[in-house]
Design a protein. Structure first.
Length: 196
């Protein structure tokens, strides 16, 4: 829905659209919320991959590939990822992101279906999906407040509403909106559920 709103508003952001309909206070409130959420998501997308890369292993029981080298530093990987993000932000989208993201997307799909296949093949239980009585966290904390953040990039994602103008500006025809936005939402929801 946010994608199609952006398409019909000449690629405006959600904050701009909110302001057009609800006034300046709503525009700035939405802008503040978007910036804070983008900051949180940005931190997750920097720190998580940096930790994975710093602890990269060939075998679950083996030593890290980078163990004992400069590349074992999580801080170094955080720096490298920030440099990549900065360059990707200032360079036109088709120069870097447009060339790299299809590879990242293919790897993500491969991993998600690999995890899903392993779950089916090994018969791994998912009590959150199969046992409807499991409504609380093992520590007694209710699952619903945390669920929105846990599946931040999937079935219940508000973050992507902030990114839809980027996609809206690349559509050649409004008729492509359904397959692009709805299809992306469904695909990402499947990936998120597999990872969850």
């Amino acid at each position: 829905m946010s994608g199609m709103m952006s398409v019909r508003s000449d690629g405006k952001t959600i904050a701009e659209i909110t302001g057009d309909y609800l006034g300046e206070f709503a525009r700035y409130a939405m802008l503040f919320i978007s910036v804070v959420l983008l900051l949180f998501v940005g931190i997750v997308f920097v720190v998580g991959p940096a930790a994975l890369l710093a602890n990269l292993t060939f075998h679950p029981l083996g030593d890290g590939v980078f163990k004992g080298t400069i590349f074992a530093s999580k801080g170094l990987w955080i720096g490298i990822i920030f440099v990549y993000y900065f360059i990707s932000t200032i360079v036109p989208i088709d120069k870097i992101i447009g060339r790299i993201y299809p590879f990242f997307g293919a790897v993500l799909m491969f991993m998600a279906f690999g995890v899903g296949g392993a779950m089916v093949y090994h018969g791994l239980a998912i009590p959150e999906l199969t046992d409807m009585a499991n409504y609380t966290h093992p520590g007694g904390v209710p699952v619903w407040p945390g669920l929105i953040f846990t599946i931040s990039c999937g079935a219940i994602s508000g973050f992507h509403a902030t990114q839809s103008p980027l996609v809206a500006k690349t559509l050649k025809n409004e008729k492509n909106g359904r397959i692009v936005f709805y299809g992306a939402m469904l695909t990402e929801a499947v990936i998120a559920m597999i990872w969850a």
